[in-house]
Design a protein around this ligand. Sequence first.
Ligand SMILES: [Ca+2]
Ligand SMILES: [Ca+2]
Ligand SMILES: [Ca+2]
Length: 181
Amino acid sequence: MKFISVWQNLSVAAATVLMSLSVGTAAQAFTFTNPTTGNQYFLTTARSSWTEAQAEAMAAGGNLVTINDAEEQKWLLDVFGGTELFWLGLTDEQMEGVWKWSNGDNVTYTNWTPNEPNNALSYAGQYFGGENYVVMNWQSNGKWNDVANTFVKSRGIVEIVKNYIDKIPNIFEQKNERACQ
Ligand SMILES: [Ca+2]
Ligand SMILES: [Ca+2]
Ligand SMILES: [Ca+2]
């Protein structure tokens, strides 16, 4: 009897662990929290153009990832790997050569492949007329390249700022301050 009750207790414990695992992963599937930034990161669901990936990121309450420093770059490499091309939230679509993060952060760090960004008009015989969007893992681990929006269908890395909801009032405050100046 004693053995049976131990076994029952064990299977209850195992079932509880399995249940909590499945509950935990259902909503947070492949979402990673960076302990340094406190932000959440995950990949877009489909391989797509940059504009489609950015739209998906915004629909999720974030943006394509902003890599603010070498530490965040290293963390992304550790988590998502250095072989698949991933869209980053960096673009010069508004003004050629002026790179901006889609979340509005200033560009404080870059990790370009040598001779990039080059705004190439064509690649491998295909004409794109320029390159305004950035992927990482070009040729070597983590390195960036500017490519055309439809050059590759890639997954993008989404970054959701920990307190993005808290930031909404701050944006209004800033607007009000500007309006008063
Ligand atoms: Ca970031
Ligand atoms: Ca460009
Ligand atoms: Ca390029």
